[in-house]
Ligand binder design. Structure first.
Ligand SMILES: [Zn+2]
Length: 276
């Protein structure tokens, strides 16, 4: 059975992680936090006058694959003190325990959920959809270091695999007190034909106060690491600073829509044919 298999996998992961200080953090059994009304829906950016931008990197891993880890991306961000948000799949967290632990422990970074095994949640519904969301959130909570006493924990964040959602899945994520984070600047880094210079041009040209940029750090972003030194200094010269998505959300009202899409409504329907 798929569900019991996933549950057993999660149990193994938690046991392997040991009784962490975060074991008391929210679980499926506790009542979820309430999401502010204005955070409901698919968040594409944040309205703010400040020159801030949130870089996001997805750590995707499907059920039948083992994805990678783009150490060059992380090394550049660390060397230059650039804050970023990673959206990690539950299965990716399990297959990359060392890197996951390092990312989760680094105060420069924020880690949100990218579902359990990168299923297309526009096509998966009911209990299977809920499991993809809940199990990923649970392993993330189990692995996440407990914040110091008195420190404010950031809002729980979720990014839909493929950037696809149904209204049912979007409502379910929000009902769990979790913000669904999309983007409004697309690097296009999964396409090997998109060069580092092209990524840099895209980001530099599309950036605006409150922008959310999507890229990848699971080894599937072809020229991502090479693009960072091209556009990050440029954005800094333009007066921008880098914040996590959680910090960005605290700086203004989110721009939300009722559908999940890449650049315009319906443009990611192609994933419905090839993904489950
Ligand atoms: Zn992904």
């Amino acid at each position: 059975m798929k569900s019991s298999g996933l549950a057993a996998t999660l149990l193994v992961c938690i046991v392997l992680a040991g009784p962490s200080p975060g074991a008391g953090s929210p679980t499926a059994a506790s009542s979820p936090p309430v999401l502010p009304d204005s955070w409901h829906g698919s968040i594409r950016s944040v309205r703010t006058a400040e020159k801030v931008v949130a870089l996001t990197f997805d750590l995707c891993e499907g059920a039948k694959e083992t994805a990678g880890y783009d150490a060059g991306v992380v090394a550049y961000l660390r060397a230059n003190g650039v804050k970023a948000t990673f959206f990690a799949g539950g299965k990716w967290l399990r297959s990359h325990p060392e890197q996951a632990g390092q990312l989760l422990a680094d105060p420069l970074f924020e880690i949100g959920s990218h579902g359990w095994s990168h299923r297309n949640l526009r096509q998966v519904s009911g209990k299977a959809m809920q499991e993809e969301i809940d199990l990923a959130g649970e392993i993330l909570s189990a692995l996440r270091p407990k914040p110091p006493i008195g420190a404010a924990a950031g809002p729980p964040l979720f990014r839909f695999p493929y950037g696809t959602c149904s209204s049912e899945a979007l409502a379910y994520v929000n009902s769990r007190g979790v913000a669904a984070i999309q983007w409004d600047v697309v690097t296009g880094d999964p396409d090997h034909k998109v060069s580092a210079a092209a990524i840099a041009r895209t980001v530099s040209g599309a950036v605006h106060p409150g922008a959310i940029v999507i890229a990848h750090a699971n080894g599937r972003g072809w020229h991502t690491a090479a693009a960072l030194p091209l556009f990050i200094p440029r954005l800094k010269a333009m007066g921008y600073r880098f914040v996590t998505v959680g910090e960005l959300l605290a700086m203004g009202e989110p721009v939300t829509v009722t559908e999940c899409y890449e650049r315009k409504p319906g443009d990611n329907r192609r994933y419905d044919r090839s993904s489950q």
